[in-house]
Design a protein around this ligand. Structure first.
Ligand SMILES: NC(=O)c1ccc[n+]([C@@H]2O[C@H](COP(=O)([O-])OP(=O)(O)OC[C@H]3O[C@@H](n4cnc5c(N)ncnc54)[C@H](OP(=O)(O)O)[C@@H]3O)[C@@H](O)[C@H]2O)c1
Length: 505
């Protein structure tokens, strides 16, 4: 097998392409036939002996790969030969094969191509952890991303939009910023030409930004931190521009802000369950098509050193990927789109996952007449029917006597009419929230009509529309919501109702 080898520490030009014997699996490890290996910033450090991990010479750089399982070692249960996989290898990926600890190897998502699979974990894993767990970014907040056209930066732009933030992308050229706009940036700053502080001030009308994602450090950090909003969160992600800045701590005091460290690798080690949850959420976004990496260019293994040089020379936008054969091609979703920069107001209503987030009651009022959403399905089990019967003291045989109900027109027990309706608070919490709300209460129904019987083990869900919002003094509002409780597989709903909620700010 061919491998690009680092035989002595140095710049990418010192790497050599050589033929090596095929790899053999070991206990707990897997040999992957590599299809694609993405290029990450640590690859440029590890070959110069500047990275925190120091593999013995000779080794191949390349920490994130996708491919096909070629051999599994003893004790590996979750994968088999032939499976399509992606893996975080640390190094060894710029080669035709890699031997990797099975715990770092994951099955590829259905329909995902090799180039995408090799390009998502590091960038999106880091940026999602940063924005979600460390900054607790909220819909409607402003997010500034420095180095926004880089690997982690562009992922932060996309995720920031998905989380409902107004995103300001800062990068060194207009070409790079055009791609940030394609990925959803609302505003852009060319920090080669523009004064970072002045631009932030004018975009935020003097308020400053709520969250700053800094993967570049150096001379960019201080003006950015000086532009943070009161109670802002400054994310320390990396120092791609070279210098680790030394910041006077009085800035944090004056801004009432938090300077927050981000170390995704350690987070994954120390909090595996939370990291796994994040990865699952990201997988959901990829399956839905809400996230798509920007692939800068594909390089052959013989050109892998050029890809590292390009990254070091700030030529790469998004992700550079080394592919091991010609049949691995550029993913088709990477069709360039042109979009003009628009000056948009700070997002008032946004969607995170499937949930609608309203900034305040005024925003909610603007939504009158529009859909609030559709809940997840809820299965009506016999247990739920029994609990409901016990609570309401309504234990008519049609609800609880499974034997007798077999001879009824429905052939099985049916749920109490009010049972589906009783899920409305749960369903509503899944659909939307008002950020400014200090208190809310789902307290009743104006009218309800039961239409179809709900047999045991069927599934219901709620579709809701905001019919009206009435002011309530002081600082409150009554929400009138039209709800349809759909019954899976039936044209007619289980019931329709007009629901009432109150919200106080
Ligand atoms: N904390 C963590 O858990 C974590 C995880 C992943 C990555 N990181 C760190 O985040 C940083 C960015 O990683 P990445 O993979 O996104 O790298 P990347 O794709 O190379 O992006 C870095 C960006 O930094 C900007 N930059 C400014 N000055 C630069 C210089 N002198 N040399 C290179 N780039 C410069 C470039 O954009 P412009 O040309 O537009 O300025 C470039 O797009 C690295 O320091 C990396 O180690 C940290």
């Amino acid at each position: 097998m061919k491998a690009l080898l680092c035989k002595e520490f140095g710049m990418p030009d010192t790497l050599v392409l050589e033929d090596l014997p095929a790899l053999k699996a070991e206990a707990g490890k897997i040999v992957i036939s590599i299809k694609a290996c993405s290029v990450n910033f640590p690859d440029t450090l590890i070959i110069r002996n500047l990275y925190q991990f120091k593999p013995a010479l000779p080794f191949s750089p390349g920490g994130e790969v996708s491919g096909i399982v070629k051999e599994v070692g003893e004790g590996v249960k979750h994968l088999k030969v032939g499976d399509k996989v992606f893996a975080m290898t640390g190094w060894g990926g710029m080669a035709e094969e890699v031997l990797v600890d099975a715990r770092r190897v994951f099955p590829m998502l259905p329909k995902m191509d090799f180039v995408t699979a090799a390009s998502v974990m590091y960038n999106y894993g880091t940026s999602y952890h940063a924005l979600k767990d460390r900054a607790e970014l909220k819909a409607g907040e402003t997010l500034l991303v420095l180095g926004a056209a880089g690997g982690v930066g562009l992922a932060a732009v996309e995720l920031g939009k998905l989380m409902g933030a107004t995103v300001i992308a800062a990068a060194s050229s207009d070409e790079k910023l055009a791609i940030c706009r394609e990925k959803g940036a609302d505003y852009t700053i060319n920090y080669t030409n523009d004064d970072l502080r002045e631009k932030i001030k004018s975009i935020t009308e003097g308020k400053g930004v709520d969250v700053i994602y800094d993967a570049v450090g150096d001379k960019y950090t201080e003006p950015a931190l000086r532009s943070i909003a009161w109670k802002g969160r400054y994310l320390v992600v990396g120092f791609a521009a070279g210098e680790i800045p030394k910041i006077a701590l009085n800035l944090a005091l004056l801004k009432g802000c938090a300077i927050v460290g981000v170390f995704w690798g350690q987070f994954a080690e120390k909090e595996p369950a939370q990291n796994f949850k994040n990865i699952q959420e990201l997988a959901g976004y990829f399956m839905k098509g809400s996230l798509r990496p920007h692939i800068h260019k594909l390089y052959s293994l013989a050109e892998a050193a050029i890809s590292l040089n390009d990254l070091m020379n700030r030529k790469v936008v998004g992700k550079a990927v080394v592919v091991m054969s010609d049949d691995v091609q550029m993913p088709s979703y990477e069709v360039a789109q042109t979009s003009k920069q628009e000056i948009k107001p700070v997002a008032q209503v946004s969607k995170v996952g499937e949930m609608l987030i309203f900034k305040d009651l005024v925003t909610l009022k603007n939504h009158i007449g529009k859909e609030l959403g559709t809940s997840d399905w809820q299965t009506i089990t016999q247990d739920k029917i029994n609990v409901f019967a016990a609570a309401t003291l309504d234990d008519q045989w049609i609800h609880v006597d499974e034997e007798k109900a077999k001879f009824s027109p429905f052939g099985k027990t049916i749920a109490h009419g009010f049972l589906s309706l009783s899920f409305s608070p749960k369903f509503m919490y899944e659909m939307f929230k008002v950020e400014s709300a200090k208190m809310g209460l789902n307290y009743g129904t104006n009218k309800v009509r039961f239409i179809s019987p709900v047999p045991v083990d069927s599934r219901v869900r709620m579709k809701a529309t905001l019919k009206d919002v009435e002011d309530m003094q002081p600082n409150g509002a009554k929400l009138i919501i039209d709800a349809v409780f759909e019954l899976e597989g039936s044209e007619k709903p289980a019931c329709v109702a007009e629901l009432l909620s109150v919200v106080y700010e």
